[in-house]
Design a protein around this ligand. Structure first.
Ligand SMILES: [Zn+2]
Length: 174
């Protein structure tokens, strides 16, 4: 898997007042601002995705944007601050594929040491908007039965793990 994009790891300036930050305080886990006193923190990014099934096939999207452009991932994206993850997953799925989905059972929470991203995956029910079509941030929809999944063309290890969980979930809930 290729490296994730460069995320901010070390902030230099206070977002509240613009003053240069002091070095990281290990006890605080953040960077104190010597001017206004508000500490800065670098938090994980939280993403939420769904695994929709269309006529017995898993819906994947071929990515049109970095990272991992050209590879398949699941519909989904970053949660906005204050937005519940299941809402973010449904919003992003609609924006990317036109599908109106209800996220349901949790398929898993995927995170790897050193990665700034935590990904939450949901099973989902399609309520409308089909058939899926590429709308934004993807160039192509991939529809794959479990035995047809292009495992070597998946964008992230979390997609691989989530699809395994989704297939097992469907088998259990048949
Ligand atoms: Zn400040």
């Amino acid at each position: 898997m290729s490296a994730l994009p460069t995320f901010l790891d070390v902030p230099r300036f206070c977002a509240a007042c613009g003053h240069e930050l002091a070095p990281k305080d290990p006890k605080l886990g953040g960077w104190p601002c010597p001017s206004c006193g508000i500490p800065s923190f670098v938090d994980p990014k939280v993403a939420a995705c769904v695994v929709p099934w269309w006529e017995g096939k898993i819906v994947l999207v071929r990515r049109a944007i970095e990272p991992r452009v050209g590879y398949f991932s699941s519909p989904g994206g970053y949660c906005e601050r204050g937005e519940p993850p299941h809402h973010a997953a449904a919003r992003e799925a609609f924006e990317e594929t036109g599908l109106v989905v209800d996220p349901g059972d949790l398929l898993g929470v995927f995170a790897h040491r050193g990665s700034p991203v935590i990904v939450i995956y949901y099973d989902c029910t399609i309520r409308g908007g089909g058939p899926p079509r590429p709308v934004s941030e993807c160039t192509e929809i991939g529809l794959f039965a479990p035995e047809e999944i292009p495992w070597d063309q998946l964008a992230f290890s979390s997609v691989h793990e989530a699809l395994c969980a989704a297939i097992a979930h469907r088998e259990m809930n048949k």
